[in-house]
Ligand binder design. Structure first.
Ligand SMILES: Cc1ncc(COP(=O)(O)O)c(C=O)c1O
Length: 451
């Protein structure tokens, strides 16, 4: 099992060949049609083992086909993933290298490269020279870790007055409420403006109506730079200045939209992000990395370190070293060097290519909006905003939209699931895959639905 013998060599060529085939082909959409076959699937874990090649064949022919490929160009739901070939290939290398990415002692070289990647992100956001952070598993983990650091700083500076309070709009991602639940904290909702943005004025108006004991427990304001449903960037500038005045932590959730920071034409929309105390962006979304990865960057990482460092006798050797240990900057300890696939992709292609690929998402969303407006069957409801558009078939019920979505998937054309917009069930495109171009979008929009 741990010796590289002839059997493993043969298995290696099958596995690598499979991986190469997978990235070589146009990804199959696959999915639910294959799920019934799982019920009759053979047991794969046995006392003697079924052998690597058989296991790989089972995965290829049965189990992988019951998974929807998020990198299919017709996958336009939730937030798609479209990892670059370079990032996927390097994921294999990360797995093969057995690097422990939690401590400098063990993973210095990998951590150096992850930090170079985080620096690129910090520079895009205009953070200062001291900024730093860590790659965590996803936006949910990033938001939780940032908010834990926010609460830590508030209690350190102002004392512990009880349950922490965070301010966020109803358009903030569900993971903010989830973080608050886990932390036994409260989220005070702030109404959005007509453009669905969280603004400083609305935060001030909300706070003005709160009892004094709640106000003194406010630790942080959470803004979103690219809301998941609508692609809206909150009023970062006003919120940044307000939070500085009030000594509240300013967290910007750019898990989806933060990648658009690399587009100079959108710089005005992101103005103020440099005032944030923490910022997240997910490489597994619009930065073309594989699952699972979120870049979490702090303006002052020393606070995060104080909040998150785990103490135990066997860890003293790490904690007393003064080294940069990524484990210290989030709610985790062991970690793979999950920032490396993004690093390799950036190093391979360069940041200019990244800019063009992110821009493609914005341009395709514009094309989608035009196609919808010109289409006799559909009505455009929202967008394009960043890379999101919402639309509906006038007169269709929620069920009819759902049936159209189901039949699109059954036809193998794409995944376009309904979302809610002002309480109504409508359809939504979120486009990040550069291959989700006009011809893919037209084919989807022309899909008639169930016969
Ligand atoms: C704005 C935003 N924040 C947080 C998340 C959660 O990210 P993850 O699914 O990586 O935990 C998402 C996911 O879509 C998101 O769009």
């Amino acid at each position: 099992m741990h010796v590289f013998d002839a059997d493993i060599e043969a298995l290696a060529s099958h596995v690598v060949e499979y991986a190469l085939d997978r990235i070589r082909m146009r990804p199959p959409l696959d999915g639910p049609m294959e799920i019934p076959r799982l019920a009759t699937a053979p047991v794969t874990i046995t006392a003697e083992g079924i052998g690597g090649q058989t296991a790989l064949e089972e995965f290829d022919e049965r189990f992988s086909r019951a998974c929807i490929s998020v990198d299919h160009p017709g996958y336009l739901s939730f937030v798609p993933g479209a990892p670059s070939m370079a990032s996927v290939l390097f994921d294999l290398v990360v797995g093969a290298s057995s690097v422990y990415g939690g401590s400098w002692l063990e993973g210095a070289g990998a951590i150096h490269l992850e930090n170079e990647t985080l620096r690129w992100i910090a520079d895009l956001a205009g953070f200062g020279a001291d900024a730093g952070g860590v790659f965590v598993s996803g936006g949910t983990a990033g938001n939780l870790s940032a908010l834990a650091a926010a609460r830590f700083r508030h209690r350190r500076d102002h004392g512990d007055h009880g349950r922490a309070v965070f301010l966020a709009s109803a358009e903030a991602h569900s993971s903010v409420a989830s973080a608050a639940r886990i932390m036994d904290a409260e989220v005070v909702p702030v109404p959005v403006d007509a453009d669905r943005r969280l603004t400083a004025a609305a935060v001030e108006a909300t706070v003005a109506d709160l009892p004094v004991d709640v106000v003194e427990r406010i630790c942080a304001v959470v803004a979103t730079s690219g809301t998941t449903n609508l692609g809206v960037i909150d009023e970062l500038d006003g919120l940044g200045h307000l939070t500085r005045e009030r000594d509240w932590w300013f967290h910007v959730d750019g898990a989806y939209g933060g990648a658009a920071l690399c587009l100079p034409e959108l710089a005005a929309d992101f103005a103020g992000i440099e005032l944030a105390d923490s910022f997240i962006v997910d490489p597994h979304k619009w930065l073309f990395g594989p699952f699972d990865s979120c870049a979490l960057v702090y303006a002052d990482p020393t606070v995060a370190r104080a909040a998150h460092t785990q103490n135990a006798g066997y860890l003293d050797v790490l904690n007393e070293s003064g080294d940069w240990n990524p484990s210290d900057y989030a709610h985790h300890l062991s970690r793979r060097a999950r920032g490396l696939p993004l690093w390799f992709s950036l190093a391979t292609h360069g940041t200019d290519t990244y800019r063009e690929s992110v821009r493609a998402g914005v341009e395709h969303a514009r094309t989608a909006a035009e196609l919808i407006e010109d289409h006799p069957a559909w009505e455009l409801l929202w967008g394009p905003k960043l890379s999101i558009v919402l639309f509906e078939r006038p007169g269709w019920s929620a069920d009819e939209h759902q049936r159209w979505s189901d039949s699109l998937l059954e036809a193998g054309l794409g995944l376009v699931v309904p979302t809610k917009f002002d309480g109504r069930s409508v359809l939504r495109f979120c486009i990040i895959n550069p291959l989700s171009d006009g011809s893919v979008l037209r084919e989807i929009l022309d899909h008639p639905g169930p016969s």
